[in-house]
Design a binder for this molecule. Structure first.
Ligand code: ADP
Length: 544
C-alpha cells in the first residue's frame, strides 16, 4: 500500500497531467474494481484513466516517481483469471478502456490496428461495415471484453484464426522508463509491411509482452480471417463416457492435415448444460454434486451427449463437402454427427416460431438455444452467452441480464492445462481431475479445444456461489488440489490467474529467474503490474 502522503501527491500529479476525470480514489469505484469471481480480490489505491499513449507515459512516470504499482487493464473482463484485479492491493489500476480507437481497418490485406479499449462488439461492427470480406475471431468473454487483452494473454477463439498470438502483427508498448517501443517493422517509419509481416528484422520481441509485466501495450495489429465461400457448423454427440480417447484419436488426423481447421471444441455434458440453466438445487434438496441419474436426466432434457464436439468446416464448397465426408467417416464409430448451415438455422427458427404458436417445439427451441451462440462464435460474432455459464451454482437467479458475472455473485476459477492431441492424455487428465471435483462437492465442467494441430487446451472450471462462504472455501481447496494433480501429472496451464500464479512460479527455476532479470533490465523498480506472471523483484527471485 502506498503511504497516504505519496498517494495524495500522486493523485494531484495525475489530476494535473490527465485532467480532473483522469483519476479517482473514490471508495465506491475502488470497491467495484475489487469485485472478483476469484475467492479473493485486491482493492486498488486508485484508478487512472489514460486516453492516449502520451497519457500512459505521463501517468507511468508519476507512478514511478511515487513508487506506486501501475496495473494495466484493457477492459478488465479477465473473467475467472483475476477480472480487473491486480495481484496485490494498493495498485493504481491503469484502466485503458478510454483508449478505444480502431486505428485502421484494412479491407484489402485483412487486418486491423486497435487500441486496448476496443471491444469485441465494437470491432465486429466496424469489420462488418468496412471489411465485410473478413471475420473477426472472438472469444466467449462477451461483447464488452477487449480484443487486445485476450491477445496478450495468449487467449483463443473459434475460427481457423483461433490462436490469437499467431494473428498478432506489430505492437506498440510503453516501457517503464517512458520509451515507446514498436515491434516488427513498426519502428521503421513508413514500413509498408508493418502489419503483414510479424517478425521484423532482428530479435522477435513481441512474445516478451505477452503474459508478462514488461510494458503497457497501447496498440496492436491483428489479422482477420477471410470469409470463406462455404461454411458448415458440425455437432457430434457421443453417448459413452469412455469414448473420449477414441474420439480425440479419430479427430487428430483430420486436424493435423487441415481438413478440420477451426478450433474444435469437445465439451462434456455439464459444461453445455451449465450454459443453459442453473444447478437444480430444488431437485437435489441442496445436495451437490449431481448424482449420475440426475445428470443423465438433464442430458436427456437438453438433448446433449456425455461428450459433445462442435466446430466448423470452412473453405470452398468442394472443400467443405469433402471435409464433411471425411469427418462423418472418422466419427462414425464413436458418435452421431449433425451439420448445420445458415439455411438450416433459418428454417429451424421459423419452425420454432410456428410450433410455438401451438405450444409446441420446446425441445427444438432448447436445442437451438444451445447451438446458436456457438454457431455465431464460429463465424466471429461476439456473444455474452458463454459468460452466463458462470451462474451454474448460484442459489438464486441473477437479476436481469447480468452479463458481468461479478454483478451476479458468480465464483469462477479457470484451470487450463495443455495436453498433447492424443486420446490417452485426455483420458489421463479426466481420471486425475474429475474425482477431485466430486470430492470437493463440485461438478466436473470441462472442454477440450484443439487449438493447433498437435495440442489441446483443456478448460476446467470450478463454478461456485460467492454468497456461500463454505462453498467458496471448498472451491479454493478444489482448485489447489486440481492444480497439484496436474503438476504431478505433467499438465501445465497455458495461462494463469492472478490467484493461481504461485503454484507455477518456482523461485529456483532458471526460467523464472531469467524472466526476473529481463524485468530488472526493463523496469528495475518493478512498477508495471508487479507480481503478474514475473515474480516480484523484491522477493529475491532474480538473484543469482
Ligand atoms: P479483457 O477486457 O479482454 O478481459 P483485461 O483488460 O482483463 O482483458 O486484460 C487481461 C490481462 O491482460 C490483465 O489482467 C492484464 O494483466 C493484462 N493486460 C491487459 N491489458 C494490458 C495492456 N494494455 N498492457 C499490458 N497488460 C495488459
Amino acid at each position: 500500500m502506498p503511504s497516504a502522503t505519496s498517494l495524495d501527491s500522486a493523485l494531484s500529479a495525475w489530476r494535473a497531467a490527465l485532467g480532473e476525470g483522469g483519476v479517482t480514489s473514490e471508495g465506491a469505484v475502488l470497491d467495484r474494481y475489487a469485485r472478483t469471481t476469484q475467492p479473493e480480490g485486491a482493492r486498488p489505491a486508485c484508478v487512472v484513466y489514460p486516453k492516449s499513449t502520451g497519457d500512459v507515459r505521463a501517468a507511468l512516470a508519476i507512478a514511478a516517481e511515487h513508487g506506486i504499482v501501475a496495473y494495466p487493464i484493457s477492459r478488465g473482463r479477465n473473467w475467472g483469471y483475476g477480472d480487473a484485479c491486480a495481484p496485490m492491493s494498493g495498485a493504481a489500476i491503469f484502466d485503458l478502456s478510454g483508449m478505444n480507437r480502431i486505428i485502421e481497418v484494412n479491407p484489402e490485406l485483412g487486418y486491423v490496428v486497435v487500441e486496448p479499449g476496443v471491444t469485441q462488439a465494437q470491432l465486429y461492427a466496424r469489420v462488418r461495415e468496412e471489411a465485410p470480406g473478413y471475420w473477426l475471431d472472438c472469444t466467449g468473454a462477451g461483447e464488452d471484453a477487449s480484443v487486445l487483452g485476450n491477445v496478450i494473454e495468449r487467449g483463443f477463439g473459434h475460427t481457423p484464426y483461433g490462436d490469437h498470438v499467431r494473428t498478432l502483427c506489430g505492437m506498440e508498448i510503453v516501457l517503464a522508463d517512458g520509451e515507446v517501443l514498436r515491434t516488427g517493422f513498426c519502428h521503421y517509419g513508413g514500413a509498408r509491411a508493418a502489419h503483414v509481416y510479424p517478425y521484423g528484422v532482428g530479435p522477435i520481441l513481441d512474445g516478451l509482452f505477452t503474459q508478462s509485466n514488461y510494458g503497457i501495450v497501447t496498440r496492436i495489429g491483428l489479422w482477420l480471417y477471410p470469409r470463406p465461400e462455404a461454411f458448415r457448423f458440425f455437432f457430434v454427440r457421443v453417448e459413452r463416457e469412455d469414448a473420449l480417447g477414441a474420439l480425440v484419436d479419430a479427430l487428430r488426423p483430420l486436424r493435423m492435415r487441415g481438413i478440420l481447421n477451426s478450433a474444435v471444441h469437445i465439451g462434456n455434458d455439464l459444461r453445455i448444460i451449465s450454459s443453459l440453466r442453473r444447478y437444480p438445487w430444488e431437485t437435489t434438496g441442496g445436495a451437490a454434486p449431481l448424482t449420475p441419474e440426475l445428470r443423465a436426466r438433464l442430458r436427456r432434457e437438453h438433448g446433449v451427449g456425455v461428450w459433445n464436439v462442435s466446430g466448423s468446416l470452412a473453405g470452398t464448397a468442394g472443400h467443405v463437402r469433402a471435409a464433411a465426408r471425411a469427418l462423418r467417416r472418422a466419427v462414425r464409430p464413436v458418435g452421431r454427427i449433425a451439420f448445420v448451415d445458415d439455411r438450416k438455422i433459418a428454417l429451424a427458427h421459423r419452425a420454432v416460431s410456428v410450433l410455438g404458436r401451438f405450444g409446441l417445439g420446446g425441445r427444438l427451441a432448447r436445442q437451438l438455444e444451445a447451438l446458436i451462440p456457438n454457431y455465431g462464435l464460429l463465424k466471429g460474432i461476439p456473444t455474452d452467452a458463454p459468460v452466463i455459464g458462470a451462474q451454474w451454482r448460484l442459489r438464486a437467479p441473477a437479476p436481469g441480464a447480468a452479463c458481468d458475472p461479478r454483478d451476479a455473485g458468480c465464483g469462477l476459477l479457470w484451470i487450463s492445462p495443455v495436453l498433447p492431441l492424443r486420446g490417452r492424455d485426455a483420458e489421463d487428465l479426466v481420471a486425475m481431475t474429475a474425482p477431485l471435483f466430486a470430492k470437493h462437492g463440485f461438478d466436473f465442467l470441462a472442454t477440450f479445444t484443439m487449438l493447433n494441430e498437435r495440442s489441446m487446451v483443456a478448460i476446467l472450471n470450478v463454478a461456485f456461489d460467492k454468497a456461500v462462504a463454505e462453498e467458496t472455501r471448498a472451491a479454493a481447496d478444489c482448485y489447489h488440489a486440481v492444480m497439484g494433480a496436474l503438476r504431478s501429472g505433467g499438465f501445465v496451464p497455458y495461462r494463469l490467474s492472478v490467484y493461481g500464479m504461485r503454484e507455477w512460479v518456482d523461485r529456483e527455476d532458471v526460467f523464472w529467474r531469467t524472466a526476473g532479470r529481463i524485468k530488472r533490465a526493463l523496469d528495475p523498480r518493478d512498477i508495471i503490474a508487479r507480481g503478474r506472471y514475473v515474480p516480484p523483484l523484491d522477493a529475491g527471485m532474480d538473484s543469482e
